[in-house]
Design a protein around this ligand. Structure first.
Ligand SMILES: Nc1ncnc2c1ncn2[C@@H]1O[C@H](COP(=O)(O)OP(=O)(O)OP(=O)(O)O)[C@@H](O)[C@H]1O
Ligand SMILES: [Mg+2]
Length: 180
């Protein structure tokens, strides 16, 4: 299960990776009144039928978990938004891609904790995904953006121990700037 919103975001971005997307973008926009998250990919997309099923907690495509046909990412999102008076939408077209958008009220007492965004971002950047991932994070008007392609250009292999340390420092530095 998801302990934090960052775990949920990680799970949803991993869905985009698993959909064989070439480009994935994660946009997180925080203000005092609203948390907006948009995850967009140009992966395989979903038919209307699959999309309906994907919202059901007792559905997973049966390919990934051989012994479990239950997916937790999207159902958890819908459950959380319903419980807290937020909104969540998925737009998807087969062969074109998928966009998941949600807005949540940061002040709602039933909202899970936000979690550690630096850790989530570093995990996603070093996930065994061959396409490009761009992460944009803004907080009360301050923002930064980082892409996997740029990081590879500067650091080389991101799974190399030294690169991993530098990558984490870079993201943490950006986070400190927008949180400060
Ligand atoms: N971005 C996406 N592009 C294409 N299909 C998607 C996308 N996100 C979800 N799906 C479809 O919806 C199903 C359910 O997704 P969900 O994240 O709930 O479960 P899962 O990925 O199968 O398993 P889990 O996330 O629990 O490991 C997926 O199996 C996949 O078929
Ligand atoms: Mg998933």
């Amino acid at each position: 299960m998801h302990a934090t919103l960052c775990d949920l975001i990680t799970d949803l971005v991993q869905n985009s990776f698993e959909a064989n997307a070439a480009e994935v973008t994660l946009n997180v926009e925080e203000t005092e009144k609203n948390l907006k998250v948009v995850i967009a990919d140009n992966g395989k997309g979903m038919s209307a039928e699959t999309l309906e099923k994907a919202k059901d907690p007792f559905y997973s495509d049966g390919l990934k978990h051989k012994h479990r046909k239950v997916g937790l990412g999207l159902p958890f999102l819908f459950q959380t938004s319903e419980m807290t008076g937020g909104t969540a939408t998925i737009e998807s077209e087969e062969g074109v891609g998928t966009t998941v958008t949600f807005n949540l009220d940061p002040a709602n007492v039933d909202l899970p904790m936000f979690g550690n965004f630096s850790t989530a971002a570093a995990t996603l950047m070093t996930y065994g995904f061959q396409g490009n991932l761009t992460i944009e994070h803004s907080k009360d008007g301050k923002s930064y953006s980082v892409s996997r392609e740029e990081l590879i250009e500067v650091l080389g292999d991101l799974n190399d121990l030294e690169s991993l340390t530098l990558l984490k420092q870079f993201i943490e530095g950006n986070e400190e700037e927008i949180n400060g």
